[in-house]
Design a protein around this ligand. Structure first.
Ligand code: BG6
Length: 488
């Protein structure tokens, strides 16, 4: 990165929650780590009327509340000198013209700009077209990049249309579609576990792996987000993006390099090896459910059939994974906030010991909380003739690197966008490939009400139907360490 090139970061939707909670604490931390360009400015743009001073005050309050690191008043004051605010309407080209004039006033010669659209996706096309109309996207005198928050579309058709609209003004390499899961260290660590070691990759296939479980469970319910969530549901909110990303990283072939093109090519290949489900397959291979009490939440429609929990069983039809089921589940108001990936290996083909069966090995990637990697294997129980016991070999991030070593995911992603590295962002064809798989499930769930909407008690691990999905295959969900121990 040319660290001396003047760089302006414009945040549309700057008076919103995301800016206060995530974006600004992340940018501030990058500043404290001396990773921002030397000559940087951050401009908030939004409908609310703020002076620069009021904007800074609000962000300081946010940093005090949400930053996970300590900072001094002097550090904040130095950082805040680069913060500005401009109020205006996204839909009015003259307002964006004023934005350009403000930024141009600071620039001379080569200068770069990052536009971060932390606004509802329906505003993406108009903002991009107004940026284009005011000549703010041409890269004649420095790079111009646009970061787009999720959701990218609400179904396949809308995602395709949105891609077409943004491509009218931007080249794909100027577009950074965010999935904040890719900014999480532990999720990037899936790639390191697989491809920075030699011991896992030779057995990472159908010969040795019995099945894979991916769980992203949340303890929180709606949290007054009915306006966004009701009618959207877990499939659009979590599966189309976050869970699909986890699936791709676990299942992809080794890319030639960590470079964005190589990495994303391999990810897309995983999705294209999965067959979109027929309505009958959706009925048999998915579970949708709503937590009890959801319809009584503020602003939820009284007869809402929005799913707050989903479980999906799918197969990847390629040489590596043929016949290996992948079970994915995610939901709100569940027992715990916990995300993990369990790679369950096959049982030994023959037991030379007197006991009937040996427990299979298991590799568990704990994504959050208590981030780490555990490998479960069998040992001889001492002072027995031939009894085996399961033990865990554990790596914990907090122990190895200290709890504070894990940065906020937006920190990584903002820095990558400033540096032009799109590896951890979703490419246009990738987002469409994901919608291609989610769409038939959405159709069956929403248009045919199939499978029927199950319910579950808040604070549990979801509906019994999700257990039946695995039980039919003679398998079961492994929820937590206690559960994993039970198996021993
Ligand atoms: C967001 C969803 O993308 O991810 C939220 O819109 C969800 O509904 C959140 O709560 C979960 O993110 P994390 O980082 O807390 O696992």
């Amino acid at each position: 990165m040319a660290k001396d090139t003047p760089t302006t970061i414009v945040i549309f939707g700057a008076s919103g929650d995301l800016t206060k909670r995530k974006l600004m604490p992340s940018l501030f931390n990058l500043y404290l780590k001396d990773r921002l360009p030397k000559n940087f400015r951050i401009v908030g743009f939004g409908g609310t009327a703020f002076t620069d001073e009021a904007f800074r005050e609000q962000l300081l309050a946010g940093a005090r509340q949400f930053a996970t690191y300590a900072f001094t008043d002097e550090q904040w004051t130095a950082f805040a000198a680069g913060l500005h605010y401009l109020s205006g309407k996204y839909t009015e080209a003259p307002d964006l013209q004023r934005l350009d004039e403000l930024i141009s006033g600071w620039e001379s010669g080569n200068a770069s700009r990052l536009y971060y659209l932390a606004v509802p996706p329906k505003l993406f096309p108009v903002i991009i077209s107004n940026l284009d109309a005011t000549n703010q996207l041409s890269e004649d005198s420095g790079w111009r990049r646009v970061v787009l928050e999720k959701p990218f579309g609400t179904d396949l058709a809308s995602a395709v249309e949105l891609n077409e609209q943004v491509h009218k003004a931007l080249h794909e390499n100027q577009i950074f579609r965010i999935d904040h899961y890719l900014g999480k260290e532990t999720i990037q660590n899936i790639l390191f576990t697989r491809f920075a070691n030699t011991i896992f990759e030779p057995i990472w296939n159908r010969t040795y792996i019995d099945h894979v479980q991916i769980t992203v469970s949340e303890q929180v319910g709606l949290e007054h987000r009915a306006g966004f969530y009701d009618g959207v549901g877990v499939l659009r909110d979590m599966f189309q993006n976050h869970l699909m990303q986890l699936l791709m990283l676990v299942a992809m072939e080794p890319p030639a390099s960590f470079e964005a093109g190589h990495l994303r090519n391999e990810k897309v290949k995983v999705l294209s090896a999965i067959k979109p489900m027929t309505p009958e397959q959706v009925a048999a291979n998915t579970v949708r459910a709503q937590y009890r009490g959801y319809r009584e939440e503020p602003d939820v429609k009284p007869n809402s059939s929005t799913a707050t929990f989903g479980a999906i069983r799918l197969f990847i039809n390629n040489w590596r994974w043929q016949g290996v089921p992948f079970y994915l589940r995610s939901g709100k108001s569940l027992a715990e906030k916990k995300s993990h990936i369990i790679i369950r290996f096959k049982e030994p083909p023959l037991s030379m010991f007197p006991m009937q069966t040996l427990k299979p090995n298991m590799l568990v990637l704990y994504l959050q909380p208590d981030e780490g990697v555990h490998l479960r294997f069998e040992v001889k129980a001492p002072d027995t003739v031939a009894e085996s016991r399961s033990v865990d070999m554990e790596f914990r991030y907090a122990e190895a690197f200290g709890q504070s070593a894990i940065p906020e995911s937006y920190e990584r992603l903002l820095l990558d966008a400033i540096q032009g590295d799109a590896s951890l962002f979703t490419r246009g064809d990738e987002v469409e490939a994901s919608w291609t798989l989610i769409e038939p499930i959405l159709e069956a769930w929403e248009k045919r009400q199939s499978p029927p909407l199950a319910t579950y008690r808040p604070g549990t691990w979801g509906p019994v139907e999700a257990d039946s999905l695995l039980a039919r295959d003679g398998r079961w969900w492994m929820h937590d360490e206690a559960e994993l121990m039970l198996e021993r």
